[in-house]
Design a protein around this ligand. Sequence first.
Ligand SMILES: [Ca+2]
Ligand SMILES: [Ca+2]
Ligand SMILES: [Ca+2]
Ligand SMILES: [Ca+2]
Length: 364
Amino acid sequence: MYVYSAGTGSCVAVENSFEVTISPITATSSNVDVVNYGESTGSIDMTIAGGSAPYTYEWTGPDTFTASTEDLTDLSAGIFDLVITDVNECIFNYSATISQPDAFIIINIKVLLGGPYNSITGLMNDDLRSNGVIPTSSPYSDPLIVNSNVFNSGGISGTGLKADDIVDWIWIELRDPNDNTNIIIGQSALLQRDGDVMSLDGTSVLSISVTPGDYYIGVKHRNHFGVLSLAAVALTHNTATIVDFTNSSFATFGADAEALRASGKKTLWAGNVNGDTIIQYAGAGTLDTSNLLEFILNDSSNFLNLPSWPVNGYDIHDVDMNGTTQFTGAGVLDTQCILQNVLSYPGNFLNLSTWQIVEQLPEN
Ligand SMILES: [Ca+2]
Ligand SMILES: [Ca+2]
Ligand SMILES: [Ca+2]
Ligand SMILES: [Ca+2]
C-alpha cells in the first residue's frame, strides 16, 4: 500500500491511496524426451506468464548449446537452463531435463572355438544344438534366458543359414581402456557356427548396455581359454565395430593367445575343463585329463567305474563339444583333443605331452 499526499507545507491535502501489484514471471514447460538413445528428438515447449512482455530467452545446454527462442526442438539429452528477462528487466531462471533411454553399443565380434572347429568346412560343429542339449539359460553369471527355438536349425525363423546355427553360449567382456584388468561389463551372447557372436535371438547384432567409447574386448568360453584384444577398440551405438578374433593378424594380449589352424584362422585354445588358467594333459600339476577322468568315474550311471564310459549331454568336460564326454576307449576322445592342443602349441618344440598352455589374460 502506497499513500501519497498532494499537500505542501503544513496543509494536509486530500490523501489518495493505491496498490501496486508486481506480477512475477512464472514459467512451466511441456517436455518430450529423446525416444532412442543418442538421437536428437527431444523438445521443450515453454509457457510463460506474469512479468511484462516481450520476454527475451537465453538458453544454455550440453555441448555448448545456446538458443534464444522460447521453445526448443531437435534436442539431445541433457539439462537445459533458461534465463527469461521481461521488458522491465525482471529475470526468471528455469531448468528442464531431457532424458533418453540407457546408453548402448553394438559390436560385431567373430570368434571360433578350437574344440568344435572343423578346418575343412571352416565352421564349428553344432552337435550340442542338434542334440538338443544347449540350456536355454546361460551357463555364465548373468544368467540370461533364450527361447528354445533359437536353437532350431535355421534359428527362430527356421529359414536361417546352416552357418548361422548356434554352437553354444559365449561370454563377452568390455574392459576399461585405462586398465585392461578392469571389467566394465560382461554379458552372455550366442555363437554361430561361422563365428559370429549375436544377441539372444541368435541373429541380431550384439548390443551391450554401456556408454559408447573405447574398450578392450574380451571373449571367454566355459571350456576354452579366454582372449583379449591387445588394443582398446572404439565402440558406438550406430555402427557395429568388427572385432575379428579369427583373423590371424588381429592382435591379442600376450603370446599365442589362440591356436593358428590349418585354414589360416585362429581359434580359442580348447580343453580347460577344470576352470583354471592352464591346459595340461600329463605330468605334474593339476591336469585337465585327471579332472575329466574323475568326472567319468563319478558319473552316476557308470556302475563299474569304467574309464571308457561315455557320458552324454552338455558338460564342461566335453572338449570337442560333440555331445559326449569320453576319456578313453573307442570313439572320439576328449583327452585326445587336449593332447593335440598341447602338442601343437607353438612353444612346445619338443612335443612334450606335459607342456602347460597358459591362458593369455592380464589378470593371470
Ligand atoms: Ca511455447
Ligand atoms: Ca553368421
Ligand atoms: Ca586346466
Ligand atoms: Ca566330446
